[in-house]
Design a protein around this ligand. Structure first.
Ligand SMILES: [Cu+2]
Length: 286
């Protein structure tokens, strides 16, 4: 009886009996379905665990672990090099978060590199009035990783860095933050912590002055397609300067960045579809 499927398969090729034809047709359909699926997958925008916004952290960490393993380096070192390579990719803050939670021993081993990258990038950032250079993300990630070390284990250079922590809360049921306006100095090191006691997810983006509605409309448009969820509703725009990814209910989102060099009012916005009109705020750089 074991050879019946095989016999039917041969039969399908030789005899146009209804049964074998149907089976053959369904096999063909199956094959073409498989092909269609694989074509669709390769045609569809692929999720890049190292670059996209909407990737679960475990997948990102798995991709970074694989890189670390093949290069015989720590995950911390692999993550730092991905942060540099990522430029202004949508995953930049997630990668910085992963770097900051690496074992203290690995961060300590990496500390001289973190310090030199932070200082090297700081030089660049003074030239970068438009605040679009990738070096700012690298600096923020390096500074954040150093501050993840216990104070007595940080390199002495860190004593000169004074991060400003801004705390806010997503007000339950109000589609708003409290507080929603902040003042920082140009080029200062800023850490925003958003606690989310609301029942829905929220993110927070820092955008170029005057771009609130442009980014909001783009986010709502993203919300209409599957790609939106994949990108966590973060428009891929140079006007998106900083990204705190979607923060789950009862979690706290953290975003470290170097404040823009240029003074002005930078909109803060949640780009979860439909939120931006109410859930926005201001980062005043002055
Ligand atoms: Cu929101």
């Amino acid at each position: 009886m074991k050879f019946i499927p095989y016999a039917l398969c041969i039969g399908a090729l030789l005899i146009a009996s209804k049964h074998s034809h149907a089976q053959n047709a369904s096999e063909t359909a199956n094959h073409s379905h498989n092909q269609a699926t694989s074509t669709a997958v390769s045609d569809a925008p692929k999720t890049d665990p190292l670059r996209d916004a909407g990737v679960v952290q475990t997948e990102r960490v798995a991709a970074l672990s694989a890189i670390a393993k093949s290069a015989s380096i720590s995950i911390a070192a692999a993550t730092l090099s991905e942060i540099e390579a990522c430029d202004a990719c949508l995953a930049r803050n997630d990668l910085a978060t992963i770097l900051a939670v690496q074992p203290a021993a690995d961060l300590k081993a990496l500390a001289p590199t973190l310090v030199s990258k932070a200082i090297e990038s700081a030089k660049d950032s003074t030239k970068d009035a438009a605040n679009t250079s990738a070096s700012r993300f690298v600096k923020a990630a390096c500074v954040r990783a150093i501050f993840a070390l216990p104070e007595n284990e940080r390199p002495i250079e860190a004593a000169a860095w004074k991060p400003v922590t801004l705390k806010t809360t997503a007000v339950p049921g109000k589609m708003s933050w409290d507080p929603k306006e902040f003042i920082v100095s140009p080029n200062s090191i800023v850490a925003i912590e958003m606690s989310n006691p609301d029942s829905m997810q929220h993110n927070m983006l820092v955008c170029s002055p005057g771009s609130l509605s442009e980014i909001g409309v783009a986010a709502d448009k993203l919300g209409e397609g599957a790609i939106g969820k994949q990108r966590q509703y973060v428009p891929d725009s140079p006007k998106v300067l900083e990204i705190m990814g979607l923060t789950a209910p009862n979690a706290t989102g953290v975003l470290w960045f170097i404040a823009p060099a240029k003074t002005g009012t930078y909109p803060l916005v949640c780009t979860y579809p439909g939120h931006w009109r109410m859930m926005n705020g201001k980062l005043k750089v002055q």
